[in-house]
Design a protein around this ligand. Structure first.
Ligand code: CRA
Length: 829
């Protein structure tokens, strides 16, 4: 058995020799061995990509050692575990992050140098793991890094999509989507666990069966699919702890459908089985709309069912009574996407483990916590009852039963207020009868978290008002955060070194509050000089990228003004573009002699539009059309450039953020639940031009209004402004820039018409016209500040110094203590 093997191995090799060495010559030998035996190339002839593969495998070996030790340690200690269920994880690249967290980046760089390779060049060979859309998915990735670093006994569970988020290609200024078949060249960062598989059932019927003198429900499924685990080790920084992100892939079930095989149609029987794999084939590319699609629901249940079988199996390995379940298991629902887990736990406990309903319900009420990431009630998922009934007939029954008990209880508390009862019901009786997944999650979770303070206020006063009044204690918020490991140390190594030098320690990498120590130095001229130098080098790196990608030459002395995020009407990239048109128009109409007073700008916009989101796609086209005009206008030269960066993703962000002087977070107040891009820019010393929306309100508290450029209607003003509609006063400049677009100044007159209609004639839902004046004023203030480089640099240092609160380490600690009730479980070195 395992014990005996262990003794034998230790006798053969000695205990200490068990660990792989990380001195440069051991690393070199390892890399060359992997070139020869893993990549199967000659060690005397291999290219950069093959070198990357060998390097990645060498790092993987070291990850696996720590990961094994961590799993053994968790098993021995048996602490309460947190299971983070999320349909999306946006991990990006793994190489640099892994070696930095393992503390062996420099050793690898040295080892490679002697072999004639440069670490950075090889790191560029890696593609992004883009198994998610935007903020929510990258948040999950940041939180995994924090969970590992802070030694929490955590598992992430998700889906291993074969096609990640589509690749964006710009042709003639239009977005085109191309499939991201990211596994084509293999993935060294995952470990396929062919023996960790579970059957997942779909369709079929529910029958009554006699049991112990009573009746019980039995689900006779119509389809079975196998879930296979792929483990992605997530290393902590400065700790041996390495946790697991377990992603499920769908494979045809081993349980063969004898019927079709016996009919002689062998080929079709095999081809039909292959269809099972489609469940985990593609990520849905819309980040905020839900359409009740069967495949999407299948994905949700597939990953929930496999994850829960795994979690319950692990629990039963060392526990005999489910009464201990809440002491050992916390389940986190990342948005409503995994909320079928609630019905699934009930089903397993009642139908398979034969607990009585009330006992199972008591357990369910103690284990789930739910975080919602949206502000729109319309944005919440609804599943048509017909669809659920056909795909998961037993789950529909269970949800009805939960709802029945709950509504009965509710009547006792609030009386027969039928309007309110129907609003609060899990079942919606509309034209299409459906299940409200958010209501299910709120009713059955012990805690409902928002993602910023402002968001939480909206949840309590609007989205979940009825629930808040009933259960105020359930509602809380944990302001989002991002990991400084990825967003400073990995992506901005020179700033990272500078910070460590001036703080006299690297401890801020694990204890980010120490960044506040930079405040005292904010006026130090030596720091200023070094700070500007680092920023300049980062801008040069970005300028090179821009030129390589678009042919546009930009000057690094210009202000780099960046807006990168998903394209959405509420995020108001259109406001940014209209502002750029206004700036262009001003330059054109100026006396030549006045042009010297203009602060040169490079405006950078990047982001993907959901493939079916027409208006968002028009915004991308408009950006490119305006860029075409401005960048080729000799009157303008270096005073203004506009660049659309295609295929925005995590690694593009890692390059762009450190090189930005100014970044825009300009959503209409009350629409961005939190936002996390603002936090990444803040950490990197980039100044923010922003509305007081989402987490920005909290950033203001940390760095003060004077350290950023705020503008726009406040959240409480927005509803009244909308009521005014056509009567709203809109500045002349706004009308005139929209007119330029309408009149075909940038071409494509017909195509842009509907875009213009969206912001004029009382249709301006996102208040671009209303906010235009104050937007221009904020931009003017930014220009003015930029001219005073000393002031700008001080503001930049204070931004980094004030960013500590926005680390995901803080977010995770709050979740651990207040919501999940878990404690660190540190693996000994
Ligand atoms: N689109 C919110 O809109 C928030 C992230 C992470 C979002 C952002 O404001 O920062 O979540 N919502 O909490 C979301 O995905 C399903 O809802 C987002 O990324």
């Amino acid at each position: 058995g395992g014990g005996e093997t262990r003794v034998r191995v230790e006798r053969m090799f000695g205990l200490m020799d068990r660990f792989l060495k990380s001195d440069p010559s051991s690393l070199q030998k390892d890399i060359l061995d992997h070139v020869e035996y893993t990549v199967a190339r000659s060690r005397f002839s291999f290219d950069d990509f093959e070198a990357y593969q060998a390097l990645a495998h060498s790092v993987r070996d070291r990850l696996i050692e720590r990961w094994h030790d961590t799993q053994i340690h968790f098993k021995k200690k048996d602490p309460k575990r947190i299971y983070f269920l999320s349909l999306e994880f946006l991990m990006g690249r793994s190489l640099s992050n892994s070696v930095i967290n393992l503390g062996i980046r420099d050793q690898y760089a040295d080892a490679l140098k002697e072999l004639g390779f440069e670490f950075e060049v090889l790191a560029e060979q890696e593609g992004d793991a883009a198994l998610g859309n935007g903020g929510l998915a990258r948040l999950s990735a940041c939180q995994m890094d924090s969970l590992a670093t802070m030694d929490y006994p955590a598992w992430g569970y998700g889906l291993r999509y074969q096609y990640g988020l589509f690749r964006q290609v710009i042709l003639d200024g239009y977005q085109h989507e191309q499939p991201d078949y990211w596994l084509n060249f293999g993935n060294p960062w995952e470990i396929e666990r062919v023996h960790v598989t579970y059957p997942v059932k779909f369709y079929g019927t529910v029958e009554d069966e006699n049991f112990n003198g009573g009746k019980r429900k039995v689900w006779l499924p119509g389809e079975m699919v196998e879930a296979v685990a792929y483990d992605n080790p997530i290393p902590g920084h400065g700790t041996r702890n390495t946790i697991t992100l377990r992603l499920w892939a769908a494979k045809p079930s081993d349980q063969i459908d004898m019927e079709s095989y016996n009919t002689g149609d062998y080929i079709n029987a095999v081809v039909n089985r292959q269809r099972a794999e489609t469940i985990s084939s593609v990520l849905y590319p819309d980040d905020r709309s839900y359409q009740g699609k069967e495949l999407r629901l299948k994905q949700q249940y597939f990953f929930v069912s496999a994850s829960l079988q795994d979690i319950i199996r692990r629990f039963k390995d060392s526990h005999s009574s489910f009464d201990d379940f809440p002491e050992k298991v916390a389940l986190q629902l990342n948005d409503t996407h995994p909320s079928l887990a609630i019905a699934e736990v009930m089903r397993v406990l009642v139908d398979e483990e034969h607990l009585d309903w009330n006992r199972a319900w008591g357990i369910v009420c103690k284990i789930f916590s739910f975080t919602t990431h949206t502000v729109l009630p319309e944005g919440l998922e609804k599943v048509p009852v017909d669809l659920l009934e056909s795909l998961l007939p037993r789950h529909l029954q269970i949800i009805y039963d939960i709802n029945f008990d709950y509504i009965e209880e509710l009547k006792k508390k609030i009386g027969l207020d039928y309007d309110r009862l129907s609003r609060m019901s899990i079942v919606e009786d509309g034209a299409v009868k459906s299940i409200r997944m958010a209501n299910l999650a709120v009713v059955c979770s012990h805690t409902v978290n928002g993602v910023s303070r402002v968001h939480s206020e909206l949840l309590k006063t609007r989205v979940f008002k009825d629930f808040y009044e009933l259960w105020p204690h359930k509602f809380d918020y944990k302001t989002n955060g991002v990991t400084q490991r990825r967003w400073i140390v990995v992506s901005n190594p020179s700033l990272s070194a500078l910070i460590s030098k001036w703080l006299g320690t690297e401890a801020w990498i694990r204890d980010v509050d120490l960044l506040a120590g930079l405040q005292e130095q904010a006026a130090n001229v030596d720091l200023h000089e070094e700070w500007r130098m680092v920023r300049k080098v980062n801008k040069m790196r970005l300028a090179e990228y821009i030129e390589a990608m678009s042919g546009i030459k930009v000057s690094v002395s210009a202000m780099f003004d960046v807006q990168i995020k998903r394209i959405h009407e509420y995020k108001r990239q259109l406001l940014n573009i209209l502002g750029i048109i206004h700036r262009y128009d001003c330059i054109k109409n100026m006396e030549k002699s006045d042009r010297t007073k203009v602060v040169p700008r490079v405006c950078i916009i990047g982001g993907k539009a959901a493939p079916g989101y027409e208006i968002a796609k028009k915004i991308i086209k408009l950006c490119n059309a305006v860029a075409e005009k401005i960048n080729n206008d000799p009157d303008v030269g270096d005073l203004l450039k506009l660049v659309f960066i295609p295929d925005y993703n995590v690694s593009v962000a890692e390059l762009v953020i450190p090189g930005a002087d100014l970044s825009q977070h300009i959503s209409t107040a009350g629409h961005e639940a939190s936002g996390t891009g603002n936090m990444k820019f803040l950490m990197n010393g980039c100044l923010l031009l922003a509305t007081e929306d989402g987490s920005t309100a909290e950033i203001i508290e940390e760095i003060g209004e004077d350290n950023m450029f705020l503008f726009g209607a406040k959240m409480h003003e927005v509803p009244a402004l909308r009521v005014k509609g056509p009567a709203l006063k809109v500045p002349l400049q706004f009308a005139s820039v929209v007119r330029m677009v309408r009149d075909g100044y940038f071409g494509f007159q017909d195509y842009f018409e509907s875009l213009c209609d969206k912001v004029e004639g009382g249709n301006d839902f996102y208040l671009l016209g209303y906010d235009f004046q104050s937007y221009l004023e904020a931009q003017a203030a930014a220009d003015k500040a930029f001219v005073d480089q000393e002031k700008w640099t001080r503001m930049s240092i204070l931004s980094t110094a004030g960013s500590g609160r926005f680390s995901s380490d803080r977010t995770i600690e709050e979740y651990a203590e207040k919501t999940w009730g878990i404690e660190p479980c540190k693996c000994p070195f």
